[in-house]
Design a binder for this molecule. Structure first.
Ligand code: SAH
Length: 392
C-alpha cells in the first residue's frame, strides 16, 4: 500500500483524530489514483492510520481508520465490520416497532468519510460523495446486505464542491430491485417516502426527535408548519390531537406527499389544509391565529460568504412569526446551515424577539437526531440546531 507522509510539525490535527488531511500538511503527494486507499505515516515513519486519497483537491486524504497497528483495510471483512458497528448502535437506540427509518451511516460521524446511508424499512439509500467510497461500492453493498437489508439504491448528490468527479447516478445497485415509493413508520407515524424524486434521500430523518417534541404542545392547538416538506411536523401534531394544522411548502410534489400521508394515518380531512406557496408570502397574508408555529427552512447559508444575507433571512422569518403567534404560543425554529453556529443562531433569534417586543422563553434546544452522529473530532458534521420558544 502506498504511503502518505505527514510533514514534521503538522501532525497535530492527526493526533486529534481529525479525519481531513490538507495538502499543506503532506510532505510529498504519492503517485496514486484518486480514491485509492493510502497508509498515513508520520515524518518519522510511525503508522497513523488509513484514508482515501484525493490528490489535486484541498483535502488530499480523508482518514477512516486511526490505528498504529498495521491493518488490512482493503477487505470485505473490514468494511462489513464498520457497517455492523454502526448498525448495532442504531439497533440499540433507534430501531423499534415504531421506527424503521433512520440514518445508518453518517459519513465522518461514523468514521466513514464519503458515505451517507439512510434506511427506509428494508431499503438503504446511499450517497457516495467521494471516489474512495465509489471504489469500494461492492464492499458497501455486501456489508449492507449482511446486516439484513434487501435493497440498495444509489442516489448521488447533485454536483457540489465536495465531489471529486463522482458521477451523478441514480438507481438500484443491489441485485434485487425494491420499490422507490416506500411506506415507513417513525415514532408510530406513517409516511410515504419517495427515494427517487424526494428531497435528500427521501425524508428529513434528522428532525425525528424535534418532531416528537411537538407532540407535547399540540393537543387542541392550531398549528402552522412552514417549510413542511411531506408534512413531518404536521402529522405528529395531528397525531397528538391538534385541532387544525396548516402546512406550507413551495414544492407541489411535497404537498402531494402530505395528502398521501394524511390518508395513510387516517386523519380527518377537515383538520388539515396544505398550501403550495412561498412561506414569506403566506405569513404576510394569513389571518389565522396560531398556537404553534414551526419554522424549518432550507439552509439559507450554504457557504461562509452567504452567512450575512442568510442571517437577515432567518431574522425576518422569525420576526414575522413572533409578530403572528398568539400570546403564550410556541415557536419551533430551526437552522440547518452548517455555517451558522448555535451561538450565532441564538443571537439572530434574540434580535428578532427584541424587534417584535415580545417576552420569549427558551423551553428546549434541539439538534440533529442521534443517528446523525457527530464525531467529536470532526465538529463540521454538526449542522442542525433548533429552539423551542414560548412567546408571551
Ligand atoms: N420540516 C420538514 C423539512 C423541511 S426542508 C420535515 O420535517 O420533513 C425545507 C422545505 O422548504 C423543502 O421541502 C422546500 O421545498 C421548502 N421551501 C424552500 N423554500 C421555500 C419557500 N420560500 N417557501 C415555501 N417552502 C419552501
Amino acid at each position: 500500500m502506498k504511503k502518505l507522509i505527514i510533514n514534521k510539525g503538522r501532525e497535530r490535527s492527526l493526533i486529534n483524530r481529525h479525519p481531513w488531511i490538507y495538502s499543506g500538511a503532506v510532505k510529498e503527494l504519492p503517485e496514486a489514483e484518486i480514491g485509492e486507499i493510502l497508509a498515513v505515516y508520520s515524518f518519522d515513519n510511525r503508522l497513523i492510520g488509513y484514508g482515501f486519497y484525493a490528490p489535486g483537491t484541498q483535502i488530499v486524504c480523508r482518514v477512516f481508520e486511526y490505528t498504529s497497528t498495521e491493518t488490512d483495510v482493503n477487505t470485505q471483512e473490514y468494511w462489513t465490520e464498520k457497517i455492523k458497528k454502526a448498525f448495532e448502535i442504531r439497533k440499540k437506540f433507534i430501531i423499534s416497532e415504531k421506527t424503521n427509518a433512520f440514518r445508518l451511516i453518517n459519513a465522518e460521524g461514523d468514521f466513514f468519510p464519503g458515505l451517507i446511508a439512510d434506511v427506509y424499512d428494508n431499503t438503504v439509500v446511499v450517497q457516495m460523495l467521494i471516489k474512495g467510497t465509489e471504489n469500494i461500492k461492492d464492499y458497501i453493498i455486501n456489508g449492507l446486505l449482511s446486516v439484513g437489508y434487501k435493497y440498495v439504491y444509489l442516489k448521488s448528490k447533485e454536483v457540489s464542491g465536495r465531489l471529486e468527479g463522482v458521477e451523478t447516478l441514480k438507481g438500484w445497485i443491489s441485485e434485487k430491485e425494491g420499490k422507490t415509493e416506500i411506506e415507513i413508520i417513525e415514532n408510530g407515524v406513517k409516511f410515504i417516502v419517495d427515494i427517487e424524486t424526494g428531497q435528500k434521500t427521501g425524508f428529513f430523518l434528522d428532525q425525528r426527535d424535534a418532531r416528537q417534541l411537538i407532540k407535547q404542545y399540540s393537543k387542541d392547538a392550531t398549528v402552522l408548519n412552514t417549510f413542511s416538506y411531506s408534512g413531518g411536523f404536521s402529522l405528529y401534531a395531528l397525531d397528538a390531537g391538534a385541532k387544525l394544522v396548516h402546512s406550507v411548502d413551495s414544492s407541489k410534489i411535497a404537498v402531494d406527499l402530505i395528502e398521501q400521508n394524511l390518508k395513510i394515518n387516517n386523519i380527518e380531512p377537515e383538520r388539515h389544509a396544505s398550501f403550495a406557496e412561498d412561506v414569506f408570502k403566506f405569513l404576510k397574508t394569513t389571518e389565522t391565529k396560531y398556537d404553534v408555529i414551526v419554522l424549518d427552512p432550507p439552509a439559507f447559508a450554504k457557504t461562509a460568504k452567504a452567512v450575512k444575507n442568510a442571517a437577515r433571512g432567518y431574522k425576518e422569518l422569525n420576526l414575522i412569526a413572533f409578530r403572528k403567534i398568539k400570546p403564550g404560543g410556541i415557536v419551533f425554529t430551526f437552522s440547518c446551515s452548517q455555517k451558522i453556529d448555535r451561538d450565532l443562531f441564538r443571537k439572530i433569534i434574540f434580535a428578532a424577539a427584541a424587534d417584535a417586543k415580545r417576552n420569549v422563553r427558551i423551553l428546549h434546544q434541539t439538534t440533529q437526531a442521534p443517528d446523525h452522529s457527530i464525531n467529536i473530532y470532526h465538529p463540521e458534521n454538526e449542522y442542525l440546531k433548533g429552539l423551542v420558544l414560548l412567546v408571551e
